[in-house]
Design a protein around this ligand. Structure first.
Ligand code: FAD
Length: 278
């Protein structure tokens, strides 16, 4: 399939988690993603682990992009990370504001992601492709959809080359978002973030916190399957595959999978998409 695929991983906390990540990443590598991205813990808590995993992926001849969040950071700290990335040959960064970890009150020297993008450009010119976050169903702290759109455009004006969205299950939210940002003369690729559904109740709790909507018909259908893991899985794969088809059909420039360090669902959905494209 010619659709550009990228896949997100997170740095595990244990040796066991790391061993599993390696196995799952090898299965995901068979899908030939354009790059893997590796998340960054709030306040820099995974700084070393994120870098180590990115370097390991690059050593296996795949492109990898570290996420880098700025809230709670200093300019000197970010400068150090950028120097380390350059020395490692990293060419892409997913640049975020992040959220302050609970208990941490000092926001540091950056308030919003647009300031991080501006800083990366000022310090390193065009050394990195900068990818930012986008929210088709609006960021949970956004004052209004309009200000959220303008704040998104600010990141692009500061030098972002592409965006990956928060996950969503309503394709119209994505198409509407793209239409609105194009009206603001934003022409960068906006890649839908795709969340395969592993555990519906956990996803529902998490979605409330990050501002992603789970449509009522999906919620009700998942609930109707009770504890039947096989039918929950089958319904989740079906729904997410159809969402991806609709997005690609409507012009999405690629797909970014939130793999949650587990290959099976991403592989399954991707293979179905490839089958449908034949
Ligand atoms: P921003 O773009 O700064 O926006 C945050 C809020 O502030 C929005 O409500 C926006 O409207 C408002 N805002 C933005 N700029 C301004 C401004 N100049 N003036 C006033 N208001 C403004 N979190 C992690 O901790 N680690 C990760 O690795 C990570 N990866 C992610 C990857 C993707 C693809 C996505 C979609 C999210 C990811 N997140 C991650 C979560 C993200 O950090 C949070 O959603 C965070 O709350 C916002 O980050 P942001 O970069 O979108 O912030």
């Amino acid at each position: 399939m010619t659709t550009a695929l990228s896949i997100e991983l997170f740095p595990p906390q244990t040796g066991e988690g790391l061993a599993k990540l390696r196995t799952e990443r090898e299965k995901l590598a068979a899908l030939e993603p354009v790059f893997f991205s590796v998340t960054y813990g709030a306040g820099g808590s995974t700084r070393e682990r994120t870098s180590a995993i990115v370097k390991e992926i690059m050593a296996a001849n795949f492109d990898a992009a570290p996420h880098l969040s700025c809230i709670g950071s200093t300019r000197a700290g970010i400068r150090e990370s950028l120097a380390e990335f350059r020395a490692a040959g990293i060419r892409r960064i997913v640049a975020l504001r992040g959220d302050l970890p609970s208990g941490m009150v000092d926001p540091g020297e950056f308030r919003y992601a647009n300031e991080l993008v501006e800083f990366i450009r000022a310090e390193t010119g065009d050394a990195f492709q900068i990818i930012v976050a986008a929210y088709p169903e609006w960021h949970p702290q956004a004052k209004s959809p309009e200000t959220d759109l303008q704040n998104f455009a600010r990141k692009v004006q500061a030098g972002a080359n592409a965006a990956i969205t928060q996950y969503f299950y309503n394709a119209d939210a994505y198409f509407y978002f793209v239409e609105r940002v194009r009206a603001l003369s934003v022409d960068i690729p906006i890649i839908p973030g795709i969340m395969p559904i592993v555990n519906f109740s956990r996803l529902a709790r998490f979605s409330d916190a990050c501002g992603a909507d789970i449509p009522r018909w999906m919620r009700k259908t998942f609930e109707s399957h009770g504890d039947d893991a096989a039918s929950i899985r089958a319904f989740g794969v079906d729904v997410v595959t159809r969402l991806c088809e609709k997005l690609l059909h409507g012009g999405a420039p690629g797909l970014h999978f939130y793999s949650m360090n587990t290959a099976a669902l991403t592989v399954d959905i991707w293979q179905r998409l490839a089958g449908a494209a034949k």
